[in-house]
Every structure is written in structure tokens, then in C-alpha cells.
Write a protein that binds this ligand. Sequence first.
Ligand SMILES: *Cc1c(COP(=O)(O)O)cnc(C)c1O
Length: 369
Amino acid sequence: MPKATETILEIDLNALDKNYQYITSKIEPGTKVLAVVKAFAYGSDSVAVARELEQLGVDYFAVAYSNEGEAIRNASIETPILVLHTLPSNFENIVNRCLEPSIYSRKILEDFIAFAETKNQKNYPIHLKFNTGLNRLGFQETDISFICEKLKSTKAVKVKSVFSHLAASEDLKEIDFTKSQISQFQKISEKIIDTLGYRPLFHCANTSGIINYPNAHFDMVRTGIGLYGFGNDEEENKHLKPVGTLKTIISQIHTVEIGQSVGYNRGFIAEKITRSATLPLGHADGIPRSYGKGKGWVTINGEKAHILGNVCMDMIMVDVTNINCEEGDEAVIFGPQTTADELSAAINSISYELITAVSQRVKRIVVRN
Ligand SMILES: *Cc1c(COP(=O)(O)O)cnc(C)c1O
């Protein structure tokens, strides 16, 4: 592992491989795997991650928006890419880059069919998204006959898959709710097969769905957070390894006398002589201000150093009073040891939010540990 000389996000492709193997060990051999690489592959590097997963034989990718799909297509990724949140202004980009839109409303269906017809498309692959309780995006079951009539009136598009999204698959207090989503999806899938006249792929399980609901894998599963090393569950986390390690160095150390303060708005006032280390990352790099005033910490030479005062845009100061360290030493924000799960819990957040927040200013370094 190279030592940090500035703020870097290390992306461990061996950890990604292991997580992929673990997740695929949870599904039947014939079940397809869709890897979710939206938001720069959960804050890492979507091209590096997509290349690795394509090599491992993943069946599908998904991104949220078409520009994310374009970025991985431009890197010569040939695996099909589902765009989860299709916007009419992105149709052109979607078709130009051979991306496959999620169609979630009557308007998007009509507009996309019209667009595909003007582009003389035949059997352009689309994916139908159904709402079974998340109430975010998706058709209702009652839209099925409308959808099938529209589809029968055109040759421009063809349904590649039908899917839904679970609202609380990680929350075992919501088992009944999740089961009702799954059975509703089952019912939708049967109706679709009857009305459409051919059989697309069906899928509804995200990472926690894969782990907690083995009967809901259908033809394909969609995994995001699991690939990056988090199972939304302590037991599962033992089998997964965080892919990203965010680390930096100590730029300067100050001795702060009693009564002196550290940082903007004098967010920390020393009640005893304090050694403060300044690190070159702040809220513009993805450390929200809410981690300030002792809530968040970094690890320096194996010890926890809590944030002193407020998080600045480009820096944080941490308490190294009781830590044997010097300028130039490494500080780890999160990684396999202090996990993003653990750190984000300090502000009642979740790993997803912390890892996707690492800004594009932070250099990505791909490693195989
Ligand atoms: C982000 C997303 C996923 C991935 O969920 P994880 O919990 O990260 O596995 C799957 N499906 C849809 C529709 C999503 O938006």
C-alpha cells in the first residue's frame, strides 16, 4: 500500500473482486447480476470498477443518469447499461450511446416511443419500472394494459426487463411490507407475461434484498453497496471488504494554549494544552460540516484523532494531543479499519452518503491489496 502524500481515495480492486464473489455466492447460478455503478461507482471510479466487473463477467450495469452511462461507454465498456432515471432531455444521449432507458410513466413511454420512431429504431431495449411501495418512480399495476397497447402499436422498442425497487429490504422490522412488495411484483410479472406475449427479465432485489430475500431474486439481482463493501448488516459486513480508503497526511501541527481557539468561529476552545494537526481535506472534499466539534475522527498511527471545531472548506484540524505523530504522517478517514459505516453513524448517517460524497477534487488511485 503506497503511503499518502496528499488526500487520495484508494480503490482496491481485489476487495471489489471478493465482494463480487461473495454476492454471487448468494444467488443461483442462472441468475444474472446487474452492478450498480451510479454516482461514480458510489464515489469511487466508475470506469475502473466497470472494467473490473466486465472482466469478472457481470451481465448488466446501471447508472442513475445518462451522462454517467456515457462516461463508461466512452471507456469502451460493452456490457448493457440501464439508465435508472430517464429524463426526456437525455433521450438523444441514451440512443447515441446505446444506453437502455428505464421507462416509469405513461408520458415517458409515449415520448420515448415517439423518439425511437423518429430515429428509425427497431426493438430498442427498454426497461419497465413498477412502483410497488417506494412511491418514487414507477408505473402502477393498473397501467399494464395501457403499456401493452402502446407496445403493440410500435416496433421501435422492445421490453428487455421489468423491475421494481424494495423500500426497506435492509430493515427486518419491515419484513411484512417487503413481502407484500415482492408478491405485488410477482403478480405484475405474471400479468405482463400474459399481456405482452414474450418474456422479459424480472428483477427487484438490491444488495439487502439479495441477502435477506432469497426468494425475490427472480431473473437478475441489482447490487450496489455490497460491491463496495457494505452489507447494511454487521454479520454480512464480515464477509465484505470496503473498496475505498480515504486517506491524507498531516500538513502542520500546532500547540494550542489554554484559552486559545481552533478554526472558524472559534469552534474549539482549549481547556488544556492541545496539539492540533491540520489535514488537507474539508467539506469541499466530502467531509460534511456536521462531523465537526468532535463528532468525526480520523485514524493516525492506529489512534483516533477527533475533529477540533468546525470543518473548513479545504481543511480539518484534529486532536493529536495524546498521539505520537509528526507532520507528514498518514491519517485515514475511512477504509477497511474505520469503516464508512462506523464513521457515518457518528452523525446518524449511512455509508452510502459518506462514500458517495468524496468529491472529484480527491485523486483516485487504483490498487490491488
Ligand atoms: C441504487 C439502486 C440500487 C442499488 O442498491 P444497493 O442498496 O446499493 O444495492 C438498486 N436498484 C435501484 C433502482 C437503485 O436506485
